[in-house]
Write a protein that binds this ligand. Structure first.
Ligand code: SAM
Length: 177
């Protein structure tokens, strides 16, 4: 095989894989995440937050819900191509982080997280507690979609933990501050 052809093929294959990954993520958003984000963004607007910081934002397709309503900042440790429909941006970092997300930068913002922070596919109980402690340090409040068996850890970290929506047998939305 010619060297140039081989290189072109490899680059296009990589591009195709990235597109497939994004498509997979978009399917996931349309099929299950968008309704959760709809609840979280409405909640943030009703509570008068000017900004949400979405931890584990993936490609950020859910930013479509924020347009003209609230500032949106995404954080994700595996980010490739962030979807940017308007002025919002993404920090390519794992949370908690000691890098870009300085500990005082978001003191008036609401942290939101859907299927990321605290989930047992990513962290055990000890690590979940560390994540919750960092949220308490970095944000005014957090709204997390979590498995209900994490509620006891939340209560050890935050003074106030409100279950604001009981979504299913597995998960619920917790507002913590
Ligand atoms: C299951 S996806 C959910 C994506 C999006 N929140 C949604 O509901 O459609 C979880 C995302 O969280 C990211 N993630 C997991 N742990 C993280 C961490 N500690 N800090 C930042 N991103 C994280 C993964 O890279 C992945 O993109």
């Amino acid at each position: 095989m010619k060297k140039d052809f081989k290189k072109a093929f490899k680059n296009l294959e990589k591009y195709r894989n990235e597109l497939l990954r994004e498509l997979n993520s978009l399917d996931h958003v349309l099929e299950c995440s968008l309704k959760n984000y709809d609840f979280m963004i409405d909640f943030a607007v009703k509570k008068d937050f000017h900004e949400v910081v979405d931890i584990g934002c993936a490609y950020g397709h859910q930013t479509e819900l924020c347009r003209g309503r609230i500032n949106y900042i995404g954080v994700d440790r595996e980010l490739v191509n962030f979807y940017i429909p308007y002025e919002c941006y993404c920090l390519p970092e794992g949370y908690p982080t000691d890098k870009t997300l300085s500990h005082n930068q978001f003191k008036t913002s609401l942290a939101i997280s859907n299927l990321c922070i605290g989930w047992n596919c990513y962290v055990d109980e000890k690590e979940a507690k560390k994540q919750f402690k960092a949220l308490k340090r970095d944000f005014k409040a957090s709204l997390l979609y979590l498995p209900k068996d994490r509620e006891n850890i939340l209560k050890k970290v935050f003074k106030n933990v409100e279950k604001v929506k009981d979504d299913s047998e597995i998960g619920a939305f917790y507002y913590c501050y």
